[in-house]
Each structure stands twice: as C-alpha cells, then as structure tokens.
Design a protein around this ligand. Structure first.
Ligand code: NAI
Length: 409
C-alpha cells in the first residue's frame, strides 16, 4: 500500500500572535488546521519555545522573526506578516531556510482612497478650521473661498493600487482626474495620463501623492514644485513622509501660495501613541494633520486577515508562492491523477541535472513542472505519476543541495 501523501491537515499547527484578525481563523479553520493564539508579541526566548513544532507563524509588526527563531522552528513552512511591512522578519535567513514570507500589501488600498476623497472635501470647505472655531465658541459663517469639489481637477501622482482607486472614486463625485506615473498605466474610467509632473501640478485644484519611497520620490515635492501649483490648490500626502519638503510646504501655506494641505505621513513619526509629535505644519490654517491612519480601518484589518491567511493556505496546500516577499514566485495548476513534489534547493550548478537523473532513473513521468530561482535558492514544483512520486520525493530530499522537500495530495 502507498504511504499517505500530504501531511494530515489536522496536524498542521498555526501559531498566531499579536491579535491577528479573526478573519484568518475562518480560513485556517475551514482547512482543519490547528490554531494556537497568543495575544501579544513574544520575546525571542519565549518564541523559540513556542515554535518548535509549528508549521506556520502569523505575526503583525511587533514580533521579530530572527535567524534564531527560524533555525529553532524546524517544521516551519511559512511566515505570515499580517501587516504591510516585513522588516520585522529576517527575510534573507527565511529564504535560505526555504521559508516564504507573505504580507498584505493591498488590503488597505480602499481605506486610504476613501480618506483622500474625504480630505478633498474637508480642505475645499475649510471644514476643520470651522469646526475648531465652533468648538472654541466662535461663529464664523462664510462662503468665501469655500467650494464644491464637483467639476474640480484632481491630479494624482503615482497611479498604482491606491492612486487608481482614488481616481475611480473621484470621478464618482464629479471630479476631473489627471495622473502622472513613471510607468505606463492604463487609465481607469475617464482618468487622463499627463506627460510630466509639472504639467499636472500647474492645472490641478488638488494634488494627491501615492508613490512609494524611493531615491527618486525623496522630496519630489519641494519649493519649486509647490510654486508650480495654483494658489487656490491643495496638496495631499498619504504616501510616505519623505516625499514632501514640509518646510517648503509650511512656507507656501503661510504665504498663501497654497490654499491648504492634508498630511498623514511624516519624515519622522513617533514610535508609539504615548510619544509627542512636533511638525512645522502644526497650527497652520486649513492644514489637516493625521497620525498615519490612511490605511487604519477595521475593514482593512479584516481584509489583511483574509489576504494573508489565504496566501498561507494556498502555499501549504499547493506550494503557490505568488506574493511572497522573499521567495521565487511560482504557481502551478494541479494536474489530475498526480502527486506534487515541492523542492527548495540551494541555487548551485548541477541541482536540476541531479533531480532529472533521479526521475529518469526511475522512469517516472512528469506531467507538469515549474522552476523559479533567485540568487540563493531554487524552487521546483513537479507533478508526477502517483506510483513513483514517493520514491522520487525521498531521493530528491536526500540530495545534499536540498533545503526542504514536500509531497502533496
Ligand atoms: P503601488 O506600488 O501600487 O503604486 C505606486 C505607484 O507609484 C506605481 O504605479 C509606480 O509606478 C508609481 N511611481 C513610482 N515612482 C514614481 C515616481 N518617481 N513618479 C511617479 N510615479 C511613481 O503602491 P500603493 O499600494 O498604491 O501605495 C502607494 C503609497 O501609499 C506607498 O508609498 C505606501 O507606502 C503608501 N501607503 C500609505 C498608507 C497610509 O496609511 N497612509 C497605507 C498604505 C499605503
């Protein structure tokens, strides 16, 4: 009789730390995986004790997955970072141990886009200034310099996931949408691409930034760019704090060369809610300052739970690594009546020759095969005849170059 193939699902152990959203449990539960939860983050020593027989670790931003943790977690298949950033994980070491790390880069796209639309209206009507005055007991009813956003032009810099979503929503409230991106992007709806940044700045009533942090985007909006904008225009930045020169922005607002700004991200941000905050923008008129909350909604948290858990389930069940941040990307549809052998190996000459030798020596037939590599490792997925798959898996796993080998179905 053939031995059982995939490792039994009800013996797959998932360790979730830092209150990962319960939406993740639904997906793991449906698979029959065992779920163990720890409320907060764990220190390295405690974590090392907890991970010894764990197959998947789910964390948020505070748990550090160090080389030692990865070395001690001998059965670890994958790490899920239920957040956007992954610098709390030793990604290079995880890669060398054959452990893909997944995160949720797009789950909060909509949340950021909605906040940006709200802020265009808030700035256009000077709502926060009026609100502050009424709180302070001042009644200053006026219409001068207050506008509808309908018919106004929104210029989007960086037309990626968030920029596009902003463009779609802005058209729904009647705005004209222009965008500028360094990559060729398909315009959504009636959004229009602009050939250059300065052209966009000159004609927009609102300019919103949705670029990543790169050497090219660092201080991409400084005094010269602000000078290109209309004095009646407003600037919004919910991308990264290094993109805008805040001194230049503060000067432009004070000198009435710009009508307002909404800023969610700063070059330096406090570590925690108990730390204070200072900025040259504090106290300026029609300037909305928020504490990096563009993506912070319950819906985004729930979506993060589903997105990361979904990627982890797919990796455990089929070996798909699409979206992994530190790993060769690969996804192969399941061939019928086969077993799947997954092999992660050191990327050195001769590995594929050795594996091909193992297969041809046994006369096994490969139904489908896919290889993806990075400089350090190779990831090979093979769908083979069921009769010989176990033998092949054993021989491939025994190769000195193999890091991890699994068999599925
Ligand atoms: P994305 O990668 O989907 O899109 C970024 C776009 O910017 C791409 O189309 C890219 O080609 C373009 N780009 C890159 N360099 C450029 C340049 N020099 N000039 C013009 N365009 C350029 O990223 P996504 O998901 O849309 O995120 C955008 C930004 O929003 C990121 O910086 C991210 O960190 C930030 N973000 C902020 C949040 C908050 O809470 N405020 C939450 C989520 C993301």
């Amino acid at each position: 009789m053939l031995p059982p193939t995939s490792f039994p699902k009800n013996e797959i152990k998932i360790l979730l730390l830092e209150n990962v959203h319960p939406s993740a449990d639904e997906l793991f539960g449906a698979e029959g995986f065992q779920i163990d939860r720890v409320n907060g983050a764990l220190k390295e020593d405690e974590l090392v004790e907890r991970v010894k027989d764990v197959h998947v670790i789910g964390i948020r931003s505070k748990t550090r997955i160090t080389a030692r943790v990865l070395d001690e977690a001998r059965r670890l298949l994958s790490v899920g970072a239920f957040c956007i950033g992954t610098n709390q994980v030793d990604l290079v070491h995880a890669n060398s141990r054959g452990v893909p790390v997944f995160n949720a880069p797009f789950s909060n796209t909509r949340s950021v886009a909605e906040m940006v639309i709200a802020e265009t209206i808030i700035l256009s009507r000077q709502l926060f200034d009026r609100s502050r005055e009424v709180h302070d007991g001042t009644w200053k009813k006026l219409a001068t310099n207050c506008h509808e956003i309908r018919g106004k032009t929104l210029g989007i810099i960086g037309y990626g996931h968030i920029g596009r979503q902003v463009g779609v929503l802005a058209e729904m409230v009647g705005m004209h949408v222009l965008f500028y991106d360094i990559a060729a992007r398909l315009p959504m709806g009636n959004n229009r691409s602009m050939p250059g940044l300065h052209d966009l700045l000159a004609v927009s009533d609102f300019v919103t930034l949705h670029v990543p942090e790169t050497p090219q985007t660092r201080l991409m909006i400084g005094a010269a760019e602000l000078a290109r904008m209309k004095p009646s225009a407003c600037l919004l930045n919910a991308s990264r704090g290094t993109v805008v020169d805040l001194e230049a922005l503060a000067e432009a607002i004070k000198e009435k060369r710009l009508a307002g700004a909404a800023v969610d991200v700063y070059p330096e941000e406090p570590e925690s809610n108990s730390d204070g905050f200072s900025s040259v923008l504090r106290g300026l008129p029609n300037v909305v300052l928020t504490p990096h909350i563009g993506g912070s909604t319950e819906e985004a948290q729930e979506a993060i739970g589903r997105e990361v858990a979904g990627a982890l389930v797919k990796f455990v069940n089929s070996g798909a690594t699409t979206g992994a941040v530190n790993f060769p990307q690969l996804e192969l549809p399941q061939a019928r009546n086969t077993h799947r052998v997954l092999n992660i190996h050191r990327n050195v000459p001769g590995v594929i020759r050795d594996i091909t030798g193992i297969i041809s020596d046994r006369g096994a037939n490969i139904h489908a095969q896919m290889l993806a590599t990075d400089p350090a490792i190779g990831y090979l997925v093979m769908d083979l005849d069921q009769s010989l798959s176990h033998e092949v898996k054993k021989a491939v796993a025994a190769l000195e170059t193999s890091i991890k080998t699994r068999i599925l179905y």
